[in-house]
Design a protein around this ligand. Structure first.
Ligand code: SAM
Length: 221
């Protein structure tokens, strides 16, 4: 597919799947328009880059559907000065969109191969405010805490305690949580005081499992 056709598909995705379904944060919409989603998927499926469903990436993982990426980032209530953390780098797409709405992004991926290819892709595309690190994101990334916003892009059995502790007071955490590994409720947790958190349920979602010390145990989901 030619670039012009992909651009037309992107505009259609923004109008039909984002704006018409209630996404209204101008920064999120501008970021979704700016980031070339086709650069985050394999060449063979590039034509489907702007379809509104998840797509496969390496190592049996997925790049989330555009609507869910936009919905989760809007739910974070981002400001340009925010320092942010993403758990589950995958292709690096959501980190790229997040980086357009915030000052900095640390993104943690447990699979070394995915972390390496996302780092390379993001560097090649010129994103300079994203740091891709390899590790168990259920433990967060304490070196650069606290964060104004944390987004988790894999489904957890419960909210990992380390992420709550790494949230700044006033910060927001958006995370899929559920007893079934592929069937969760999207939660937004606000840290409203040192020991005071408020949780809201946003909608039902379906994510690959968050595997780690404070998540699912490998092979047990
Ligand atoms: N945000 C990604 C994107 O834009 O392409 C999609 C993320 S994919 C749905 C979920 C990712 O979470 C997978 O790459 C998976 O390996 C990763 N993951 C699962 N458990 C993790 C953990 N404990 N720490 C970090 N990453 C984890």
């Amino acid at each position: 597919m030619r670039m012009r056709d992909l651009d037309a598909q992107k505009e259609r995705m923004i109008r039909i799947h984002l704006e018409d379904r209630g996404i209204s944060d101008p920064a999120v919409l501008a970021a979704m328009r700016e980031v070339p989603r086709e650069a985050f998927v394999a060449a063979e499926i590039r034509d489907a880059a702007y379809d509104d469903h998840p797509l496969p990436i390496e190592e049996g993982q997925t790049i989330s559907q555009p609507y869910i990426v936009a919905y989760m980032l809007e739910a974070l209530e981002l400001s340009p000065a925010d320092r942010t953390l993403e758990i589950g780098t995958g292709s690096g797409y959501a980190a790229a969109v997040l980086s357009r709405c915030a000052a900095s992004v640390v993104t943690v991926e447990r699979l070394a191969g995915l972390a390496q290819s996302a780092r390379h892709r993001l560097e090649t595309l010129g994103y300079t405010n994203i740091r891709v690190v390899e590790g168990d994101g259920t433990l967060g990334w304490p070196d650069e805490a606290p964060y104004d916003a944390i987004v988790v892009t894999a489904g957890a059995p419960e909210v990992p305690a380390p992420l709550l502790l790494q949230l700044a007071v006033g910060g927001r955490l958006v995370i899929p949580v559920g007893a079934g590994a592929y069937d969760q409720l999207l939660l937004r947790v606000r840290r409203v005081g040192n020991d005071d958190y408020r949780t809201e349920s946003l909608c039902g979602v379906r994510f690959v499992p968050l595997i780690g010390e404070a998540g699912w145990h490998e092979g047990k989901q």
